[in-house]
Ligand binder design. Structure first.
Ligand SMILES: C[S@@+](CC[C@H](N)C(=O)[O-])C[C@H]1O[C@@H](n2cnc3c(N)ncnc32)[C@H](O)[C@@H]1O
Length: 605
């Protein structure tokens, strides 16, 4: 369930006919539903369909928002051919009602909802929250909010670009998605969500994908694991063809991150030409049937898709919801792991081997959604033999980016070790070779060593290379390289916000934030610094010195505060009655109008 602030819910209406023929004039939300194509070959007359879609986008009002619901493979290929007047604003992964089980591979669990605009500026949408979910065992919120409950809203957290609380069934009307679009874009400039259901017009063909014919030759790279310091393209050239079992790349994203010896803000065209070069090298050194995985933001993965699709075979689009929650109005919080195989993929090692070690098992399993992560609840569930886990699908939501300084070394964007444990356990067997051309602080090679895999890690910066070598020495001498280190040394970080010096607080920050909240209640508005000086029992210096900004100091005053305990049903935050009955009416009228027999849509309301 979601709730949108200050939204005037839009009306949805079905527009009959093919998008090739429809005309749109006023600014609205234009929602195109396409089939869920499993391969590119299933798309009937692909070029024609891409042209129709591009023309349709060009004909929409320049203030409209266009949403396209389909499969990830279609979305990736289409995005590579978007015309210049269209801007891909968001790639939203929406959970499938009926996950697609694939023998010897990860279960396919998400569809793609592309949000495209013709305007360049940032996306206009309402501030929308997703309601908290509660652990079926302890009845508390799924996430543990610790001492920060006063900073969260009573209804839920801001919406991310992975929608796991609703699902879409490609055999029926996606009413949950329609309802959400009506509220998410319930802005004064729009009236309608125009729904163009195109599934009848562009039914999937039954053509099968034919894999590239790759000779089964394999070569030996080295007996030993290696850490190489230098440029990845130059180093990769020294590695023989068909000699690596798994290639993983976490490249610089060209998003102005503060690396030690790399300009992370070059011209985008040049950036992608450079990416194509190392991707081609990785494809060359990869063994037949094995996987190359690239981690990047969805918009960049689309461009990697374009190149990789010319040299390898598409295997998967894994969605990694890496932030524990979205932090701003804009919702992007996921990364994509684009997987391509060299010819027909071999069965996924983790699923094909007879037994996984306890380490591998832990890495490839994920908790069932909604079970909470509180240590005492997990222990109790284990004791009571409650089955609360399953093999990870292709949406990963349970691994979060490293935030605590004590878990990081001096590198701005290290991956969490669990992320690499999962990838390496899934895609390789013991003693196989893992290669990372952007090894950074060594997360890939260190986790590979811990899992008894061999590794090649390439890193341009001598500084990071040395950090990694030292961490490998620690590991070889029995120390955990991912242990907590409270050395108080400031570490490289990405955020532009400067760090405050570590200091002893006379009064906790929470007490100060709640003090401002009280003052705000008395005054009826968020207080200024002067007002806090006048009304607070604490010296203004505390507020000035303990917080990075006035925004942080007043954060509790701007929200309601939340409780982790599940409320009785009659206390749970409800959508306003009018909004709820409106949604019911809308779905009923659609079902009456259309001849869809399934009543799933109604059930979903
Ligand atoms: C996103 S970081 C990788 C972080 C790594 N996954 C970790 O967990 O520590 C990208 C790394 O690529 C390195 N790099 C940039 N250009 C490179 C190049 N041409 N060859 C090799 N490494 C490069 C940067 O110095 C940076 O450490």
């Amino acid at each position: 369930m979601h709730s949108s602030e200050n939204a005037t819910s839009l009306k949805d209406r079905n527009i009959k006919g093919n998008i090739a023929e429809v005309k749109t004039t006023s600014a609205n939300v234009e929602f195109v539903i396409l089939p869920y194509y499993k391969t590119l070959e299933e798309i009937p007359d692909k070029n024609n369909l891409f042209n129709q879609l591009n023309d349709f986008i060009s004909r929409t009002n320049e203030h409209s928002t266009i949403a396209i619901l389909t499969s990830s493979i279609f979305a990736s290929d289409f995005c590579t051919q978007l015309k210049n007047d269209a801007h891909l604003k968001l790639w939203i992964a929406v959970k499938l009602t009926n996950p697609i089980e694939r023998k010897n591979y990860l279960t396919e669990r998400h569809s793609a909802l592309l949000i495209i605009t013709r305007y360049k500026e940032s996306l206009n949408h309402t501030k929308t929250r997703i309601g908290y979910t509660y652990c079926p065992y302890c009845d508390k919120t799924t996430k543990d909010y610790g001492g920060k409950k006063h900073l969260y809203h009573e209804f839920g957290t801001l919406m991310s670009d992975v929608w796991r609380d609703i699902t879409v069934d490609f055999e029926s009307y996606p009413s949950e998605v329609v309802n959400r679009l009506c509220d998410l874009f319930g802005l004064p400039q729009y009236k309608f969500v125009n729904v163009y259901d195109q599934r009848e017009f562009y039914k999937p063909t039954n053509k099968k994908h034919s894999f590239r014919n790759i000779p089964e030759t394999e070569n030996i790279f080295s007996e030993k694991s290696r850490l190489l310091n230098g440029d990845c393209i130059a180093q990769l050239k020294k590695i023989p063809d068909n000699s690596i079992d798994f290639c993983f790349a976490d490249p610089p994203y060209n998003l102005n991150k503060k690396y030690e010896s790399w300009n992370d803000g070059i011209n985008i065209q040049k950036y992608f030409e450079w990416c194509d070069q190392w991707l081609s090298e990785l494809a060359r050194v990869l063994k037949p049937g094995r996987t190359l995985a690239v981690l990047n933001i969805p918009q960049w993965c689309v461009r990697h898709f374009k190149h990789l699709n010319t040299i390898l075979d598409y295997q998967d689009w894994i969605v990694w919801e890496g932030l524990s929650m979205p932090v701003r109005m804009i919702m992007p919080s996921h990364y994509s792991i684009l997987c391509f195989s060299k010819g027909k993929p071999k069965p996924l090692p983790a699923l094909a081997r007879n037994q996984n070690t306890p380490f591998e098992k832990k890495a490839i399993e994920t908790q069932l959604e909604n079970y909470c992560i509180r240590a005492n609840c997990i222990t109790l569930r284990k004791r009571l033999k409650i089955n609360d886990s399953e093999i990870a699908s292709n949406i990963w939501w349970d691994i979060h980016r490293l935030k605590h300084n004590s878990r990081r070394v001096d590198h701005p964007c290290q991956l969490p070790p669990m992320f690499m444990y999962r990838l390496i356990s899934l895609f390789t067997n013991e003693n196989e070779f893992v290669l990372d051309p952007f090894n950074g602080a060594g997360t890939t090679t260190l986790t590979a060593q811990q899992l008894n895999r061999k590794y090649v890690g390439i890193e341009l910066s001598e500084y990071y290379h040395n950090i990694t070598s030292q961490r490998h020495n620690e590991l070889s001498s029995g120390l955990n390289p991912f242990r907590k280190i409270n050395d108080e040394k400031p570490k490289a970080k990405n955020s532009r916000v400067e760090r405050l010096k570590k200091q002893k607080y006379e009064v906790s920050k929470k007490v100060l934030q709640l003090e401002i909240k009280n003052i705000s209640k008395q005054l009826g508005h968020i207080p200024t610094k002067d007002e806090v000086t006048r009304h607070s029992k604490f010296p203004i210096e505390y507020f000035e010195n303990y917080f990075i900004s006035w925004g942080e100091a007043t954060a509790a005053a701007r929200t309601t505060g939340m409780s982790e305990a599940k409320k009785a049903d009659n206390e749970i935050y409800q959508l306003p009655g009018i909004q709820l009955s409106f949604i019911m009416e809308r779905t009923k009228s659609y079902l009456k109008k259309s001849d869809i027999k399934s009543k799933t849509a109604l059930k979903n309301v």
